[in-house]
Design a protein around this ligand. Structure first.
Ligand code: ZN
Length: 275
């Protein structure tokens, strides 16, 4: 079986420390969460920044010390920075200013939809500008698809020469307003991908573990972490990102699927900005 890339989404832009006090929101805690997840077996860290009050932000000066902290700790995990809207606080170029830090990967939200009550706007003009920035900086886009049509948009951008194969997809399932987190939905979306693509599922809340298992049992990769799910099991808050990663690693080992090292993940994802 192909090694599984385990990605840890450390904090995101939605969960709060009121919901789970173990959620990392300071620079120091996000760095420590990243190191812990990497030591537990994560080869990719999906990183959002928070401001001095713990609120989501896309400010460059909040991403910089996180990357620096991981570097100083000799953390060899791939860093995948969010280019999301910090829950509606950032728009336009401000969303992807963090690509100036030349992370190995960045998230690429490939279409608009109603994210709960809020419009998550990713119009074509914005996607083309952002895709150019990814290319210029050598950053691998992780194409986040919240619904089926977003895959079509990715293929259109590929045809326009703005996204380069092999493509890496993250299906974000179970968000209100997006596609449901069901095996049928996930496998249908997978069937639309060009040969050679990699794919993973970010499923929110109670859907996280079932979709992790689907990915482990097929040729998918896994995303876990407190961004997507603040619980370990129903009614029990997760202690840390590392705890969630360790569970996936344990299951992968039990079923004979090797867990990719960061360098194996770099090769599988065909990264250009290698550290
Ligand atoms: Zn995210």
């Amino acid at each position: 079986m192909e090694p599984v890339i385990v990605q840890a989404a450390l904090t995101g832009a939605i969960a709060t420390t009121d919901q789970n006090p173990n959620l990392p929101t300071t620079v120091e805690d996000i760095v420590l969460a990243g190191i812990g997840a990497w030591r537990a077996g994560a080869s990719v860290l999906h990183v959002h920044a928070r401001d001095e009050d713990g609120e989501p932000t896309q400010r460059l000066d909040r991403f910089t010390p996180i990357l620096e902290g991981l570097r100083v700790a000799d953390c060899s995990a791939i860093v995948n920075l969010s280019t999301g809207s910090a829950a509606g606080r950032a728009e336009g170029k401000a969303r992807y200013e963090c690509l100036k830090l030349q992370p190995e990967m960045g998230s690429f939200d490939c279409g608009s939809f109603n994210f709960g009550e809020r419009l998550f706007a990713n119009p074509m003009s914005f996607l083309r500008d952002m895709a150019n920035e990814f290319m210029d900086r050598g950053v691998k886009p992780e194409i986040e698809c919240f619904d089926v049509g977003h895959i079509g948009t990715a293929l259109q951008l590929r045809d326009e020469g703005l996204l380069e194969e092999p493509l890496s997809f993250q299906f974000v399932l179970g968000v209100r307003g997006g596609a449901p987190a069901t095996p049928q939905q996930a496998l249908y979306m997978r069937s639309l991908l060009p040969p050679g693509s990699t794919w993973s599922i970010c499923a929110v809340g109670r859907h996280q573990v079932p979709m992790n298992l689907l990915c482990l049992a097929t040729d998918g990769h896994v995303r876990t972490g407190l961004e997507d799910n603040i619980n370990y099991v129903k009614g029990v808050r997760a202690e840390s990102n590392a705890q969630l990663v360790a569970r996936i690693v344990r299951i992968a080992e039990d079923i004979g699927r090797p867990v990719a090292t960061p360098d194996e993940a770099r090769a599988l994802l065909t990264l250009r900005n290698r550290r």
